[in-house]
Design a protein around this ligand. Structure first.
Ligand code: SAH
Length: 262
């Protein structure tokens, strides 16, 4: 409907189109320059973190995965197992399509090639796709506004929790956001890492013709929420990049580590 703004919760189930989301934000070859620069920023930071930076381990849990896999392309080389989780059933279906190589699955190959190039060998992109498909062991339903966020699923404590561009969509206000981050920290082993990309001063984004709102977060609010969830911020890389199809003031890539007694 014209002018309507959708928000966290049931609207995602009813109104969020994974295909529209992918076409809007992840058209790496011929989409808007702004969106492409943001993907490159994400992939570069993830490469730096997992391929160069030495964050590795047994289990990585990605929360609010959506219909996307780009955020896992570096990590799949250094974790034994990746668990992905999202609130929206149609996003989980879209993910499964890619994981199972079903007809009509989204084509991530140009982003996979880009990451392989960062790693030094663009030609091994198919090997990387196969590696990621093997490494994702569970595709789960989650709701970060509930305790526990993964419901009754039995999951091991993670060495790394990843959440990209999701908490600001899942939460309607700062209190809900802070509680969600505490739930994410609960999924981590002591000393484990929380790696997140956040849109700063976020207001809304377009999923095809539909507008979705979220919570307005400043860098300091995010850092404080992480600290209060028992995590020490190790890296905070903020840039003034802006989407053409979302209203925000910039992006921040953050690495935090859960303390021993959190
Ligand atoms: N991580 C992806 C998708 C981000 S879009 C990317 O980097 O592009 C925002 C995602 O948040 C959507 O997939 C949506 O389904 C998810 N989401 C919305 N509410 C949620 C909730 N309560 N718990 C977990 N995820 C939620």
């Amino acid at each position: 409907m014209e002018g309507k703004v959708y928000q966290a919760g049931e609207d995602y189930e009813k109104e969020f189109s994974p295909r529209d989301y992918l076409d809007t934000f992840y058209n790496f070859d011929s989409g808007p320059v702004a969106e492409r620069e943001i993907i490159k920023f994400s992939l570069q930071n993830l490469h730096q973190t997992f391929s160069v930076g030495g964050i590795r381990g047994d289990v990585l849990i990605d929360i609010g995965t959506g219909p996307t896999i780009y955020q896992l392309l570096s990590a799949c080389e250094v974790f034994q197992e990746i668990i992905v989780a999202d609130y929206t059933p149609q996003n989980l279906q879209e993910l499964q399509k890619w994981l199972k190589k079903e007809p009509g699955a989204y084509d991530w190959s140009s982003m996979v090639k880009h990451v392989c190039e960062l790693e030094g060998d663009r030609s091994r992109w198919q090997e990387k796709e196969a590696k990621l498909r093997r490494t994702v062991t569970h595709v789960l339903k989650c709701d970060v506004t509930k305790t526990p966020p993964l419901g009754s699923a039995q999951v091991p404590l993670a060495d790394c929790v990843l959440t990209f561009l999701a908490m600001e969509c899942a939460c309607l206000d700062v209190e809900t956001y802070r509680a969600a981050l505490r739930r994410l920290a609960d999924l981590l082993k002591p000393g484990g890492h929380l790696v997140t990309m956040v849109t700063l001063c976020f207001q809304h984004y377009m999923v095809g013709p539909k507008k979705f709102s979220g919570v307005y977060l400043e860098k300091e609010t995010v850092e404080k929420a992480l600290q209060d969830a028992g995590c020490q911020v190790l890296k905070c890389n903020c840039v003034p990049l802006k989407y053409s199809q979302a209203f925000c003031e910039g992006l921040c890539f953050i690495i935090a580590r859960k303390g021993p007694s959190a």
